[in-house]
Design a protein around this ligand. Structure first.
Ligand SMILES: NC(=O)c1ccc[n+]([C@@H]2O[C@H](COP(=O)([O-])OP(=O)(O)OC[C@H]3O[C@@H](n4cnc5c(N)ncnc54)[C@H](O)[C@@H]3O)[C@@H](O)[C@H]2O)c1
Length: 251
């Protein structure tokens, strides 16, 4: 089979870069679309050096339609087609809902909910034109089901994007394009490092995550590779939790 062409939004660091590394191990060509073009370029250079794959960095704000259109054009021009889209870019300001300025609320929804809408619609149109089907995986969170006072905006965006995934699964299935979500639990990344590296939260992980450790970006990447594989062709519209069993714990 030809090497597959995979777009990872927010691919410059954290979970997105972990996902990109897992696809690079399969020989895929990567497009890292990130708000930070310089960090995306550094990450792409690492993929080229460590895995010998093709990797393109594109500066892109997923909340801006024109950026997303330009990013998809750049991917098609560079590699001839797009096979897989991973909607990973996301933000979590961790501000109490009673103190949250409306602009901050709106930005979380724009990036976490409208961003995946733009990317899915724009890329799926290209996949339909290509006529080879495709795979779309969106990174949600355990916050698609549960939340906290400092994550009300985040939970609303992730709950919304879960239903967006289900809706696109119904719309795109007839074109051979599957749409699924991966919901990570506690994952050590630049977004969360300052929290999990404190003594209290580290103890929380040991007692509340049945497998006894924090998750890694590669744990999430492996689930994405599976959902994008031939083995997953009949899986459509689901959320796969990657949380070490955390959400299964009730006491
Ligand atoms: N880390 C966790 O524990 C955890 C848990 C559940 C879900 N998630 C989700 O995983 C995804 C990645 O999280 P992370 O922890 O790796 O975050 P991170 O902050 O470490 O990395 C996010 C990346 O996305 C990029 N980005 C941010 N806004 C963007 C935009 N508007 N357009 C394009 N790129 C943008 C950033 O530049 C950065 O490179 C997010 O959707 C997040 O909600 C993370």
């Amino acid at each position: 089979m030809d090497r597959r062409v995979v777009i990872v939004t927010g691919g410059a660091q954290g979970i997105g870069f972990g996902i990109a590394k897992c696809f690079a191990e399969t020989g895929a060509a990567l497009v890292l679309a990130d708000l930070s073009a310089p960090r995306a370029e550094e990450a792409a250079a690492r993929l080229r050096a460590d895995y010998g794959v093709e990797a393109l960095a594109v500066g892109c704000d997923v909340a801006v339609r024109a950026d997303v259109e330009a990013m998809a054009s750049a991917a098609s021009e560079a590699f001839g087609r797009i096979d897989v889209l991973i909607n990973n870019a996301g933000i979590c300001p961790f501000v109490h809902v009673m103190d949250m300025p409306p602009e901050m609320w709106q930005r979380t929804l724009d990036v976490n909910l409208t961003g995946p809408f733009h990317c899915t619609q724009v890329v799926a149109r290209r996949m339909i034109e290509q006529g080879r089907g495709g795979r779309i995986v969106t990174i949600t969170s355990l916050a698609e089901n549960v939340t906290a006072p400092t994550q009300v905006d985040y939970g609303a965006s992730k709950g919304g994007v879960r239903m967006m995934v289900v809706g696109f699964a119904t719309a795109l299935g007839p074109h051979g394009i599957t749409c699924n979500a991966v919901a990570p639990g506690m994952i050590l990344t630049p977004m969360t490092a300052s929290h999990w590296e404190q003594p209290g939260p580290a103890e929380f992980i040991k007692t509340r995550v049945p497998v006894g450790r924090i998750g890694t970006p590669v744990d999430v990447g492996r689930a994405c590779v599976f959902l994008a594989s031939a083995e997953a062709e009949y899986i459509n519209g689901v959320t796969l939790r990657v949380d070490g069993g955390h959400q299964a714990v009730c006491a």
